[in-house]
Design a protein around this ligand. Structure first.
Ligand code: ADE
Length: 226
């Protein structure tokens, strides 16, 4: 998979992709992440990429021309399955959407800033608009990093323990059950006996029941309840 991220603050995106799982995924050639500095496509030598909003009002608007140049250049090289715009008024990201994106070959993620992008970009270039939650970030970069992380970690081969992504919260519509590790007793606090029993079918049953109970208590909406 190839992910191209377009940003006017590309330095914000250096760190997330140079550590741990995301770094390893790139080293294993399971994913390529390319960050593009929108200022390289500025309309003048001052690096201008935004301008005042027609009709007045506070805040700058990202111009169509630099974004068009950047996206058109990428599209001339390869086909893209999705061109995603990170914006608080997009569709709220969930695991189902992440799973769908992880099946694609090439995607572009455009990070918004200021008052957002010229609406014509959204109308003519963007295929998906994604929010990572009902709050406003100072730009789309952290949202893009969240989206890319969620996608990359479920690409087959990225996690060492293949089964581990399948037992994540949300993958089966439930929150994950509680987990414990050694020691079996710490300052009088015990690990549930069943987990030490070695009886795998019983352990699986217990985990399922715990996952359902936890979901009912914390996220009844996931079970279609109120
Ligand atoms: N840009 C600003 N706020 C955002 C959000 N909540 N999700 C995605 N992109 C954003």
């Amino acid at each position: 998979m190839r992910i191209d991220i377009i940003s006017c603050q590309p330095e914000l995106l250096t760190s997330p992709f140079s550590h741990s799982i995301l770094k390893r995924a790139q080293q294993k050639n399971l994913v390529e992440v390319h960050v593009h500095d929108l200022r390289q496509f500025a309309i003048n030598k001052h690096g201008q990429i935004d301008d005042y909003a027609f009709g007045g009002g506070a805040g700058m608007v990202m111009m169509i021309e630099p974004i068009d140049k950047c996206i058109s250049g990428l599209k001339a090289e390869r086909d893209y399955d999705a061109i995603i715009y990170m914006t608080p008024d997009g569709k709220t990201l969930n695991q189902n959407m992440v799973n769908q994106f992880s099946l694609l070959r090439n995607i572009i993620i455009l990070c918004g800033h200021y008052k957002g992008v010229d609406e014509r970009v959204r109308q003519h270039f963007i295929t998906h608009e994604i929010s990572i939650g009902d709050y406003v970030l100072s730009g789309g970069e952290l949202g893009a990093a969240v989206l890319a992380d969620a996608i990359i970690r479920i690409i087959p081969g990225v996690l060492n323990d293949e089964s581990s992504a399948l037992t994540d919260s949300f993958q089966d519509g439930l929150l994950a059950p509680p987990v414990y590790t050694r020691p079996a007793e710490y300052k009088g606090m015990q690990v549930p006996e069943i987990l030490l029993s070695g009886d795998n079918p019983k352990i699986e049953q217990w985990r399922f029941e715990q996952a359902v109970a936890r979901t009912k208590q914390r996220r009844p909406d996931l079970l279609g309840e109120q």
